[in-house]
Design a protein around this ligand. Sequence first.
Ligand code: ADP
Length: 434
Amino acid sequence: MFESAPTILIIEHDEQIRHDVKFILKGIGYHVVTASRGLDGIDVARKISPDLIIVAMDLPDLMGGELAATLRSEDRFLTTPILVFLSEDSPEEIDMAFAAGITGHMVKPINLEALPFNVEFYMSGGTDSIDDTERLQVARTRFLQDVVKRLEERIRELEDKNETLERIDQMKDSFIQLTAHELRTPLTLITGYSRLLEDHPPMQELRKQDEGITTLIDGLVESITRMQGIIEEILTVSRIMTSNIELTLAPTNMAKIVKNVVIQYIDVIQERNLNLYFNESEWPQSMRADGDLIQLTMSNLISNAIKYTPDGGDIYLHAQTKGKLIRFSVRDTGIGIEHDKQKAIFERFHIGGEVETHTTSKTAFGGGGLGLGLAICKGIIEAHGGTITVESSGYDPEGLPGSEFIIILPVIANSSQAVFTSNKTGVLKRLARN
Ligand code: ADP
């Protein structure tokens, strides 16, 4: 009947039973596949379409009956024999299993000697049966009631867990925001003191006498500035994520903004022999947007293009208006991004490499950050009613496939999620709601 060995899928959470049953059935020539959870079992069944399915009644996630009923509802499993392993030999259990659509049953502990005969019997079209239709009807009603009850319990359980997760997520946000906020004050003081120290007359004298002092002070100031940058980045992202982003919409000169950003990075671009292509005339001279935030977005994208492109590579900046939409793009010839990471990189704290090997350099090749830059960009662009996406054929530090970040904005930045309010000076402000 079967050209190759028939396949049997065993869905059983008890490892010992799974092992023993597999051993016996394999020994008599069946091809055996196993799963320890109900949902995994359903996935495997859909993938391999087995010739017979053995399922335990007491699985940790789904009841065997629920699993059988699910499979039976699909055309391709209408006639597949399903053998259920019951944990108790009660007529009620057996009736319920039949109501769910099983073909036959065995009771645990499984009689391993009888197993091959039973499997052959069900495989060749044999079935157990209940003659009493009234009893079967009662079992069907009870089965349905049971399913609905369990479903309700599961939904409540999931709702509780979801609530807890949301609470923890909020706590995490507040913790990050509070910590960054608290760190900002002493850091501002340290910055002030370090500047005073720099300008302190006796220190100027010391600098002249000892070059090492200059190196020490410069290092101190540079590290503090970088730390301030990180804290500001955390505060910006948490403001954006907690929907506290306020847009100050005004006519914005994109050409000027992008030029400013390019100037900001011009030294490193030259140092690292990168070729940056930017045609100022392509960029709109006046569009309604929050100039500061759009500048932050462009700065993040361009600094990423610099970081993830090796020396000598190319970076292209383009703008194009199509009907009521404006498309900005930042394309590089860098290391590229794996397909399955292309969505996740826009989430907070998502970084490509290992945390331990990360540096916070904004421009060195392979430098990285906190994984906040793109989350900030996404928050800003979405608050403007636009979208930001990435295209890359994959990650390859040798082949350098490159990446292209694409922003699409409505010509008049206009978001259905936004509420417009006027502030005292008459500047139109927009409060983004998520
Ligand atoms: P980070 O500060 O770590 O650069 P981002 O949010 O800006 O954080 O980026 C998240 C991750 O996305 C990076 O760690 C990197 O793996 C990937 N990435 C971003 N831009 C590029 C790019 N132009 N080329 C390759 N990978 C990139």
